[in-house]
Ligand binder design. Sequence first.
Ligand code: GLC
Length: 723
Amino acid sequence: MDIHALLKEMSLEEKLAQMSQFLASMLSVDIEAEITGPNASMRLTGADIASTGSCLGGKTLAADVIKLQDKHLSEDPHKIPLLFMRDVIHGYRTIYPIPLGMGATWDEDLVTACCRMAAVESAVSGVQVTFSPMVDLVRDCRWGRNMESTGEDPWLNGRIGAAMVRGYQGEDLKDKHSIAACVKHFAAYGAVEAGRDYNTTDISEHSLREYYLPAYKAAIDADVRMVMTSFNALNGTPAAANKWLVTHILRDEWGFDGVVISDWSAFTEMITHGFAEDRKQAAEYAINAGNDIEMMSSCYLHNLAALIDEGRIGIEQVDAAVLRILQLKDDLGMFEDPYGGASSEEEAKYCLCDEHRALARTAAARSAVLLKNEGVLPFSRTAKRLALIGPFADCGMIGSWACNGTAEEAVSIAAGMKRALPDAEITVLQGCSADLAALPDEVLEAEAVRAAKVADHVLLCLGESATMSGEGNSRADVSLPEAQKQLIRRVVAANPNTAVVLFNGRPLALGDIIGEIPALFTAWHPGTEGGNAIADLVLGDVNFEGHLTMSFPYHVGQAPLYYNRMNTGRPKPSEESTQGYCSRYIDCPNRPLFPFGYGLSYTSFAFGKPTLDRTTMARGETLKASVTVKNTGMVAGSTPVQLYIRDCVASLVRPIRELKDYERVFLAPGEEKQVSFAVTEEMLAFHTADGSYRAEPGRFTLWLASDAESGDPITFEYSRERL
Ligand code: GLC
């Protein structure tokens, strides 16, 4: 399609409509009839609706999309196809684990495969763009949208975000099963103060560039086609109005030439922020910052023409935005085929198909993280009596942002265990309410204790429901509800052969209960095949491989908590130290309960001391770091060997450790393997005090470890001069 020629034919009203996005349901109306409901409240006209460029949301099916596209093409003056967008965050209909769980797989190929599956199901259902990956750096367990991120490490978030983009977009955006990806929320939405959603963010440029921006850049480098600006005010300017962010960084520095879309009604929120006087000023700020599409508000539609007439903005700004939107539609092949992969037959063939369920089951098993195990897991396959107790024992756990997936289509733990042990007597009891504020229920507890007493094994199914995390669901207290803690105490007292599986959309503070739990793992919100995956794990058919990408605290008071922290001038000498006048809490450890990178297995691994092929590294050189890892247990297992580096002295203080690479190893019992990494200058580079991005000469420490707190250190020298 000659989009420049098409642009020349379009009226200004049509151009502004391309820059607007509304709900699919709002566009399904008869444009000749009286405009009512949300369309009226946004003062949309029939012409606005006829020419709108894209729509979002709604549990639309392929047939709905085809019907709406036909309607749109019959009404749009230039028959410019409508673009359909959805939040396909961790699956479309077949739901795999929430991204905080997918990050814990430390397996980018698996992430790509799951996102490809989501793309296929989305495309055949009529979706052409997903508002994913979300790569916001998270450090505060209170924030509800931790579940949507992949954790506290900038580099790993970038790697996983790029893997997601590859899955969604495939090799060719015109492929019937590819969809365009949209990286979000630009930028630093995960840094909301106090972990309270939509709150303000105040971050130095150094910290932005060093920690908060790299993952978005990694998605851009992976050719993501869209960027969504975020709700938060960043250093006093709402992100959608932040020209330094959206034009200077994103477009000028990074060369992003794709589409920028706002978050839901974020332009009008500039008024609420106290930044824009009215919608007209919000529209002016937004287009000057560099936003192309306005989601679910009509500032552009109703004000850009006047702003052009008043000379406050130029028509060339509108044209540039519309061209980027038309380019995306052209790149998706929509002018040749406006329905993309939409097909009811294909939808029925792919959505929830056995192959997709099998992949979701693998992902659910690989994302689970074993946190503690005092010989309780795995359960015996010859067990005659099992008790599954807890508010989440008998329901599908698909988490927040589950798109067209449903809990009813998901496999519960009860169903999974009954499938796995058809001859066992399996008792399923609620044990306590799921509600956060729930108090212990004597009747429920008593029946749980009775069942536990006679069971060979007990699995307590606890944690958070899907609505306790996700957007707008921050928590000030991230410990388990009292009812759940009391149930743990009473059931473990009745039968010490008890394990706890947690469903959670964030790190939980378990310091006040961990001592009373014999075995514990998190399944996050595992998705459609959660129950089968948990049965596979609990019975030892599958070994645990997951490792945390976000630190779990003892207490919420430690937030924000993250491994790549600074040393301070008065670090606590050790966790056991009682020394005063150092950076410590007098009532809580400094360290996390479970650190970044941590995860247990049914086997055990021994890490040797790291070795280097040299102790000095000059500019342009690489250094080889190696470690021998041995499976010292009785079953095969896999673990990600993690490479951490510390810049010991630099022109700005540097973190005590930073993840720079990892390699997952698979080892049979007794097998050992040497794992080597090339240490590069890029790994040593950072945004230095003079603003340049480079490696500074000096001493570095390196670890090859199984988590952010383990491993033996080894030091090397980097010199900018050739030695
Ligand atoms: C929401 C979210 C964003 C999502 C958008 C569309 O408010 O912040 O992540 O993509 O609206 O649903």
